[in-house]
Ligand binder design. Structure first.
Ligand SMILES: [Zn+2]
Ligand SMILES: [Zn+2]
Length: 784
């Protein structure tokens, strides 16, 4: 052990069989530790407990953030993984609890802290950390986790005695806020609200959480408290903007990382195009998972301790098994030293793997992206990220797992066969330079706002003064709930008068609609669920449905009861749904002229109907049949960004009329693939429609819309950064080495039209026509 991982990677890349795969290798600038003095207000007991745990010096960002919080200013600390962000809240929160006087009577409320994490597991980890620090020397610090695993006594103890409650937004929404009267002591003393990993609150989920926090603020104020919010975020663009939207208050950012780093490198790696070039869907690349397994094998053989992140449980198993087999061939003693680490394992199994990796017993682990948060592994030599994990913040968090003693770390990004990954490979600055992605939320979405207004009214009658807290659409939302008979206006405000629990109206983790349950017909076993919106495309009658590596065939889909019945089967074909999508413009809310072209943002209605499905032979891709389906259309009222070009522009461009549908369609696909670079969404969160002539605009038009009712902020972000986004889209298509389109540029796995028609060169010309009229400032302020 002890080899330099970057040197080893370069040796591997130098082999002729791997020519051109290491596309970019960059050292990260070394950074000395930037030390700051301990603030005078830190309680001596806290300082000595931290010293005993190994914290003897503080970095500047820790002190800056802690000082803001202690002074009562809402703060977000946005620095790298393992930069000790937790001290930003531990210092002020622990010091406050430690120095508080014991209560002198039942009305005297000692200070309390609420810590929120996006997952139960992370909150439990933090509980252990706070307990270890507090030991027996800090009687004022009485931590308790409040989550779905509590029994009745634990919950009661937390309500009556805890001064530090570790929870998640879900339990706040469902239990703590609706039952606030029993938590009066806790709310009355609330001094700090810590929101850890706050970049996880994005899109629809983030918008829900924003309202949970507004409800929390209102209740705290009701009990006489005015808590300070301390937020920790991965490095993102404009952290204070998103943090401010999340809590609805101005937030001070601390984003200059004072922690040290030396000898770290980042490598961008592209798997080769497969021999044979053109399959049924054009050229394809070797899968990133296969490539990662091969790299891990060679790194482990060279003594490099390696962690591979992949997308699915199944991929984690596959990578671990493949690597084990390959190692067996080289050195049988090594094959036992790799493992998979994925959801579904018991906590003790996971802890055992973590320990084996730290101790050096294990050399390689393949983990799922989903576990990134709960994973307690550091000090590895190399981290391989297989495909973009969805956000740049997540990518850096994965890379941050590498580096013993903050030295000689290697992060390798292995590109998948899609437009976003191929853009990143050719534009290393988007990974290595300043972040362009912003965490996007939209608390003003009426579909999200409404249920939280109901929940708030059930907690405490809503008054006119409360409406400001919930944003400009709150009055309208209250009126709608009142006319629906759910709220009633009385002199003291609007009261919840329905019988059901108001908090049941909002499912904060779901994107709307009752999810469709997938049930094994013979046994009645529930296999899983799919979103109501995607069910017609994924679990229609006759669909082949994959679930954790097993193949099932859908017998019936009942949308009214939200149930799909399946049976195990192993057909020699796959299925893909064909659909029709229409879009109508309800209102244009913003518009920019780009020369003769137009860029718009507004409200649209998208009507989507799955009309048939294709069966294709596995392997050859040969079409075996096109089966009609009788499914109802679904209409989605949402937000969209769209652009149009004029007939004169098209005539002058030399684009052939017949090529326009394919050009627009290809530009639409690629732009959907690239939007996640700028807005923290998944390509599955958004949809698109393109047409050579749209009835509402009377021009060639390309729409990209939010796939959630009322919108989630993605299209709006697309409008704001349209020039950079569409420039990146054009570059991705232009730079792709394929002949006339492939999954790395213009083909989309979610196309309802079988990727037809698509015109690669037409798309480049069309985007050039559009961008030719774009305003002068070539780059928005947060792009480079
Ligand atoms: Zn291509
Ligand atoms: Zn399409």
């Amino acid at each position: 052990m002890g080899a330099d991982p970057t040197k080893v990677l370069c040796e591997l890349a130098a082999s002729p069989s791997r020519a051109d795969r290491l596309v970019h290798l960059a050292p990260l600038p070394d950074r000395p530790a930037d030390i700051a003095a301990w603030p005078e207000w830190v309680a001596p007991a806290v300082r000595s407990a931290l010293a005993a745990s190994g914290v003897r010096e503080l970095w500047t960002h820790q002190v800056a953030a802690a000082d803001h919080a202690y002074a009562g200013r809402h703060v977000v600390v946005s620095t790298g993984t393992a930069s000790g962000k937790s001290l930003a809240y531990l210092l002020p929160a622990l010091s406050t609890l430690v120095t508080a006087d014991e209560p002198r009577g039942p009305r005297d409320r000692p200070p309390t802290v609420l810590y929120l994490a996006p997952t139960k597991a992370l909150a439990r980890d933090q509980l252990a950390a706070v307990e270890a620090l507090a030991g027996d020397d800090m009687p004022g610090v009485r931590p308790a986790a409040v989550d779905g695993d509590n029994d009745r006594e634990e919950r009661a103890w937390a309500r009556d005695h805890a001064t530090w409650v570790l929870a998640n937004p879900d339990i706040c929404h469902r239990t703590i806020l609706p039952g606030h009267e029993r938590w009066a002591r806790f709310f009355g003393g609330l001094q700090y609200v810590v929101i850890d990993e706050c970049h996880h609150y994005r899109g629809v989920f983030g918008s829900h959480v924003a309202h949970v926090l507004r409800r929390l603020r209102r209740l705290a104020a009701h009990y006489g408290a005015d808590p300070t919010f301390v937020m920790a975020s991965a490095t993102v663009s404009e952290p204070e903007v998103t943090a401010g939207r999340l809590i609805g208050l101005p937030v001070t950012p601390v984003a200059v990382d004072g922690s040290p780093r030396t000898g770290a490198h980042v490598a961008l790696w592209e798997p080769p195009l497969l021999d044979g070039g053109h399959g049924p869907d054009g050229q394809i690349r070797r899968s990133a998972t296969t490539e990662a397994a091969e790299l891990m094998t060679d790194l482990v053989v060279a003594g490099i301790r390696t962690l591979v992140f992949v997308r699915s449980r199944r991929a984690a198993e596959t990578v671990a098994a493949t690597t084990g087999r390959r190692l067996e061939e080289v050195d049988a003693s090594l094959s036992e030293r790799v493992a998979a680490y994925r959801g579904g394992y018991l906590p003790e199994d996971r802890r055992a793997i973590e320990q084996a990796l730290t101790s050096g017993e294990l050399y390689g682990v393949a983990a799922t992206n989903a576990l990134e948060l709960g994973i307690d592994i550091s000090g590895l030599d190399a981290v391989i990220s297989t495909g973009f994990p969805g956000t740049r913040a997540a990518l850096w968090q994965q890379f941050g797992r590498a580096g013993r003693d903050r030295q000689d770390a290697l992060g390798v990004f292995v590109a998948r066969d899609d437009p976003l990954d191929s853009y990143l490979i050719r534009h290393p600055e988007t990974i290595l330079g300043r972040p362009v992605e912003a965490t996007v939320i939209d608390p003003d979405n009426p579909y999200i706002l409404g249920p939280h207004l109901a929940a708030a009214a059930a907690e405490l009658p809503l008054t006119d003064a409360d409406l400001d807290l919930f944003g400009p659409l709150a009055a309208e939302g209250v009126a709608a709930l009142t006319s629906a008979g759910l709220l009633r206006r009385r002199p003291r405000g609007w009261f919840w008068i329905a019988r059901q629990r108001a908090s049941d109206l909002a499912d904060i983790r779901s994107s709307g609609g009752r999810p469709v349950q997938i049930v094994h017909g013979e046994t009645g076993r529930l296999l899983g669920t799919v979103d109501a919106a995607t069910a017609p495309a994924t679990v229609h009658e006759g669909a082949v449905y994959l679930h954790q590596g097993e193949t099932w065939l859908v017998e019936t889909l009942d949308l009214d009861d939200a149930v799909a019945v399946v049976r195990p089967d192993d057909p020699d074909y796959t299925t893909t749904a064909r659909s029709l999508t229409e879009i109508t413009v309800s209102s244009t809310e913003r518009q920019q002229a780009w020369g003769a072209a137009d860029l718009c943002f507004g409200t649209v209605a998208v009507t989507h109907q799955v009309v048939s499905y294709l069966r294709r032979k596995i392997g050859s891709g040969e079409v075996l049949g096109d089966e009609p389906l009788d499914l109802p259309p679904r209409t989605l009222e949402t937000k969209a960004v769209w652009w149009t070009v004029s007939d004169d522009q098209l005539a002058a461009s030399g684009l052939d009329r017949a090529d326009l549908p394919g050009a627009a369609h290809a530009a639409e696909h690629a732009s959907i693939g690239l939007l996640p670079l700028f807005a923290t969404c998944d390509r599955w969160d958004i949809g698109g429609v393109s047409t050579a002539r749209h009835p509402d605009t009377d021009r060639l038009s390309v729409f990209v819309y939010d796939g959630h009712p009322g919108g989630a902020g993605f299209a709006e972000r697309g409008f704001r950064v349209a020039q950079d986004w569409l420039t990146a889209t054009r570059e991705t298509i232009r730079e792709c080495g394929c002949l006339d389109g492939c999954p790395s540029c213009i083909q989309s796995p979610k196309c309802g039209n079988q990727n037809h028609p698509l015109d690669k060169s037409g798309a480049i010309r069309l985007l050039s026509v559009l961008l030719g009229g774009a305003p002068e400032s070539p780059r928005s302020k947060d792009f480079g």
